[in-house]
Every structure is written in structure tokens, then in C-alpha cells.
Design a protein around this ligand. Sequence first.
Ligand SMILES: *Cc1c(COP(=O)(O)O)cnc(C)c1O
Length: 375
Amino acid sequence: MVVANHRNAQLIINQKHLYHNIKMATERLNAGTELFMVVKADGYGHGAVQVAQVAIKAGASGFCVAVLDEALELRAAGIVDYPILVLGLTDPADAAVAAENNISLTVSSAQWLTQVAVMFNDLAEIKPLSVHFGLDTGMGRIGFQNKMELTQALTTLQANANYFNFDGIFTHFSTADSADDAYFQYQLTNFKNLMTVVNPQPKYVHVANSATSLWHDYTGSNMVRYGISGYGYNPSGREIEQLPYSLEPAMSLETQISYCKQVTAGKSIGYGATYTTTQPEWIGTVPIGYADGIPRNLQGFYVLIDGQKCEIVGRVCMDQFMIKLPHELPVGTKVTVMGQSGDKMISADDIAEYTGTISYEILCGFSQRLPRKYI
Ligand SMILES: *Cc1c(COP(=O)(O)O)cnc(C)c1O
């Protein structure tokens, strides 16, 4: 998709805020524990390479991504001296590319290791592939579920020691952001139980996402996979209010009124004619829409102009939406869709709450058509 540079709309990424959030997290780490910044999905929409560069300054010692291409993007941008872990599963056919680029892959079955070993056996020259074993302790997504599967994979690994470097083992919590920690404790117990068959342990043992790092004891592990809170958001939304340090949202979305008109009473606005004026009203048009990642069902929510709320009227279109203005305003008037305006602030949590989702989906949903501007 092209970047719309000839339109007055941009995501503004505040690097000081990114730095603050990541720095606070690195300062709180237990001794001997490292922070890997999670920059999957283009750094939750903030720009993976730019976020990674700030994270390095703030003390991150590695990165996590979801897919191999995201790791290659960081390597191509010159981030070559830091470990990168691909958290999702990778096709065995792509393992050689990972090995060549010194990228660690996640392992979830012994069969995958065998497939990679067979392929590596056919290659003249190959660097060992660094691997992290995933343990499914209750997330139900990927990873070894029991000691038998895990032991079998460890045996396969040892039998192919020349092809693999056993670099890490980890699990992922599904409720670390919940006020009720019963299921977290259940997963932690499963993890400890599975770990009894892992001897010797690899360099990295890791269990903590942002929520775990903020609210739980993760003693026994030595790396944190820090994602959403680096971008300035509370992983629980509003469920757990106490935070050990302030989180500063790094992303704002600013645009301008592209058209302004007065309509008479009884006129409808937008697709489906879902809004009808009850009196003469000033209506502003904003030049971004759901193709930019503005949720289509944001009708009834608001944007900010000069610290004042302006209601979104009518359905959000693909490339534009309409707002109700207090009075006539010139084309070019600044519109804050997300971020601070005067003494008011719209966060990704506010938008998420209104649309029935979480901040993560709002942030990574902003499309590549919106330019990212770094301040
Ligand atoms: C995305 C992801 C994270 C980061 O989670 P946050 O809640 O954003 O901190 C950590 N670990 C795994 C396995 C993930 O998929």
C-alpha cells in the first residue's frame, strides 16, 4: 500500500515516551534478567525499526517478532548484534534463512526438528540454528503440552546438536492481565513441572509478557518479552489500575478538516443514512477512514478539536468520516483522532472500549497508508 504523504493525516510517534516506558521496565528487572522488546506487527503499528532503535537506547538486549520476515526487516535495517526470536512457528523450509541471519526460531514439535535436521544435512555449509522451545502450559496455542513430548524433542535436539543451538525455553500466560490470578498460578505450576525434565537449561528461560512483568513474580526466568507497555498501554485495559511506573502512550493520530459545510435540519449523513440532523448543523469531513484503521463502527464516538469533543456522525467510510462541529471552522483545522488536545486525551483504550476490543488491535490496525512521523 502507498503511504499517503499528500494528505493531511499522520501517526505521530513520540520517541521520548517509548524510551520512558522501556527504560522504566529495564530499571525494574531482577538482577541478571534481560528485556527483549516485542516489535511484531511493525512494532504494534509504531514502526518496528524505529522502536527497536529506541529500545536499544533504553536498555533492551534483544527483540521478539511474530514471523521470520519481521526479523529479517530488523537485520536488513542494520540491527545485527542483537538476538531476535520469532515467537510464531516457521516452516522448516525457512529454517536455513533464519540460521544464516542468526535469528532464533520457536520449536513446538520433535518432528519439526527432524525435518530441519534432514534439510540441513543436505546443505554444504550451515550455521547452527538457534531455537527456543515453546511450552503450552494453558494458552492452548503452540508449544509442548507434556513431559513426554518435551523429552522426545530434547532427545531429537541432542541427537542433532551440530545443527541446533538450544538457546531458550518459554511459556506464555493467557491471564497475566487479569485481577484474578488463579489461572496464572495454574500455568506457572505447569511450567515448573515441565521444566523438571529440562537439564541442562538453555541460556534464556522466559515467561513474562508486559502484564507478567508489571504484576507478577516471575523469579526463575531471566528474560522479559515486553510489548504493549513499551508503547504506553496498560495490558489489562482498565481492569488492574495500579502500575509500578507511569505508562505514556507513544502514538497519536492527527488529521485536519478537509471540508466544512452547513446542512439544514432533516439531512442525513453517510452510508446507510444512520444520522439525521435535527437542526441546521455544521458538519466537518475528515480525510481518513476504515482503510486507515479507523474502526467503521466509531459513529457516536468523538474526535478532539482544540480540546473540545466533536461527535462522529454517520458511519465511518473507507477513506473519510464526518463530525459535528460547534460552529463553522476553516478547512485545515487540526483534528485529533487519538492523542492529547488541550486538556483532553483520547487513548487507544478509549477507542477500544467504544468498539469492543483492546488497545493492541487499535494500535496495530492503523494501516500503512498513514504516514508515521517521529518526534
Ligand atoms: C505478543 C507476545 C508478547 C507480548 O505481549 P504484551 O502483552 O504486548 O506484552 C509476549 N509473548 C508472546 C509469546 C507474544 O505472542
